[in-house]
Design a binder for this molecule. Structure first.
Ligand code: COA
Length: 374
C-alpha cells in the first residue's frame, strides 16, 4: 500500500480561524499584538499592561492599570491545598510538569463554572503561575516555604526575587518583564492551538491551559530555550562553538533555538532579546555565553541560512539573570498564559468545535481471528 505524503502536513500554512490578537509573519505587518508593534511594546510596556491589553481588548488607563496590578498582586498568594500538593512533588520532577499539575489543581479548587467570569479566571491563573513554580522550586530544593505574595510592582520582579532569593536590580526585573512580553502571544502556535481546540469543546479554562502547558513542554516548541542552553554551555570560546556546531550539523542534528514554522527570514523577537543578552553579559562581566551564542548564530546563518528564533538568546539572557535552566520553559508559560487565555476567550466568542478530517491510510477488510487462533 503506497503511503501518500500529505500536502500541508502539520497543518502548515492552513488558516484554522480568525484572530484579532496577533500578526505573526504577515508581510508588512511584522509581529503585532492587537496592532501594537512588538518592538514598541518591548520598549515601553510592562508585561501586566500587555496582558491587560490582550485580555481586555485595550490599553489600560493609569487607574485601570493600578487597579489591575493590585488585583494580580492579590492573587499571588496560593491556596493552602495547592501548596500542599506542590510540596509533595519531588525535587527531580520537571518544572513544566509542576506547572501542569499546579494549573490543574487550581481548577479543582476554584473551578471556572459558567463562563460569565472568564477574564477573572484568566487573571487568577496568570497571577498564580510564577508563584506555583517558585514555591515548588524553593521548597523542593531548599525546604523553604516562600511567601509568594510579594509587593513587587511586576511579576518579573516577584519571580526573580522568589527564584533567586535575592532582590533583583531594576534592570534585571525589566529584562524578565521584556521576555514575558515577547512570549505573551504568537498566533496559532501548537500550544495556543491546543488551548483553542480544548476551548472549542466548551471545556473550562484550566483544562485548556493545562493542555497548552503539556504542548509547550516539548523541545520543538517552548522547551527549545532549555535545550539551547544545554548546547551553548558546552562551549567556552567562539572556536569551540564553531567546531562543535559544525560537528552537530554534520551529524544532521537539529539545532535548538533555530528555525521557525512561520517566519522565513527572521524572528522579530530575536533582535530584542539579543540586545538584552549582550547588555546583561556586559553587566555580568563574563561575556562567554553571549559570544558563544553570537558565534552559533553566525555559523548557522553561514552554513544553513537559518536564523535564531526568540528562544535562542532567551537562553543566555535567562542564565545571566541567575535563573536555573530547568525554569526557562516555565517562564514561557508565565508569559504565554496571557495569550492562551485571550485566545480561549476569542474562541468562545465565535465558536465552532475544532474537528479536522483525516486521510485514512490503514488496512481495508481486516479479517477477525478468534483470540485462541491468533
Ligand atoms: N536545525 C537544523 N536544521 C533544521 C532546524 C534546526 N533547528 N530546523 C529545521 N531544520 C531543517 C530540517 O531538518 C529540514 O531539513 P530537510 O528538509 O532537509 O529535512 C528543514 O530545515 C525544514 O525543517 P522542518 O522541520 O520541516 O521545519 P518545521 O516548520 O516543520 O519546524 C521548527 C519548525 C521550529 C519545529 C524547527 O525549525 C525546529 O525543530 N527548530 C528547533 C526547535 C526550536 O527552536 N523550536 C522553537 C520554535 S520558536
Amino acid at each position: 500500500m503506497g503511503e501518500k505524503k500529505l500536502e500541508g502536513a502539520g497543518l502548515r500554512g492552513q488558516v484554522a480561524g480568525n484572530t484579532a490578537l496577533s500578526t505573526v509573519g504577515k508581510t508588512g505587518k511584522g509581529l503585532t499584538y492587537r496592532g501594537y508593534a512588538i518592538e514598541e511594546l518591548a520598549e515601553k510596556a510592562t508585561f501586566e499592561e500587555v496582558a491587560y491589553m490582550l485580555l481586555y481588548g485595550k490599553l489600560p488607563t493609569q487607574s485601570e492599570y493600578d487597579e489591575y496590578s493590585s488585583k494580580l498582586k492579590s492573587y499571588r498568594s496560593l491556596p493552602t491545598e495547592l501548596k500542599e500538593v506542590l510540596e509533595r512533588i519531588p525535587q527531580d520532577a520537571h518544572p513544566m510538569d509542576v506547572m501542569r499539575t499546579g494549573c490543574s489543581m487550581l481548577g479543582n479548587l476554584d473551578p471556572e463554572g459558567d463562563f460569565s467570569n472568564q477574564s477573572e479566571t484568566a487573571d487568577r491563573i496568570l497571577a498564580s503561575m510564577a508563584s506555583i513554580v517558585t514555591y515548588w522550586y524553593r521548597y523542593s530544593h531548599e525546604g523553604i516555604k516562600v511567601e509568594t505574595a510579594t509587593d513587587h510592582p511586576t511579576i518579573g520582579g516577584q519571580f526573580l526575587s522568589l527564584i533567586t532569593g535575592k532582590e533583583p536590580s531594576e534592570e534585571h526585573s525589566r529584562v524578565l518583564d521584556v521576555s514575558l512580553i515577547l512570549y505573551a502571544e504568537h498566533g496559532f502556535n501548537a500550544s495556543t492551538f491546543t488551548a483553542r481546540t480544548c476551548a472549542s469543546t466548551l471545556s473550562d479554562m484550566h483544562s485548556c491551559i493545562t493542555g497548552a502547558i503539556g504542548t509547550l513542554r516539548g523541545p520543538l516548541h517552548g522547551g527549545a530555550n532549555e535545550a539551547a542552553m544545554e548546547m551553548i554551555e558546552q562551549y567556552n570560546t567562539r572556536e569551540e562553538a564553531k567546531s562543535g556546531l559544525l560537528e552537530l550539523l554534520a551529524n544532521k542534528e537539529k539545532i535548538m533555538g533555530f528555525g521557525h514554522a512561520v517566519y522565513t527570514n527572521e524572528d522579530p523577537r530575536n533582535a530584542i532579546i539579543k540586545k538584552w543578552s549582550k547588555k546583561l553579559s556586559e553587566i555580568d562581566g563574563d561575556a562567554t555565553l553571549y559570544e558563544v551564542s553570537d558565534e552559533i548564530e553566525r555559523v548557522m546563518d553561514e552554513e544553513k541560512g537559518m536564523f535564531a528564533n526568540t528562544d535562542f538568546f532567551m537562553a543566555s539572557a535567562y542564565h545571566y539573570l541567575g535563573i536555573p535552566t530547568q525554569i526557562f520553559t516555565p517562564l514561557f508559560v508565565i508569559g504565554r498564559t496571557s495569550g492562551w487565555a485571550a485566545n480561549i476567550m476569542e474562541q468562545r466568542a465565535d465558536n465552532r468545535i475544532i474537528r479536522p478530517s483525516e486521510e485514512y491510510i490503514g488496512p481495508d477488510n481486516s479479517v477477525w481471528v478468534d483470540i485462541a487462533d491468533r
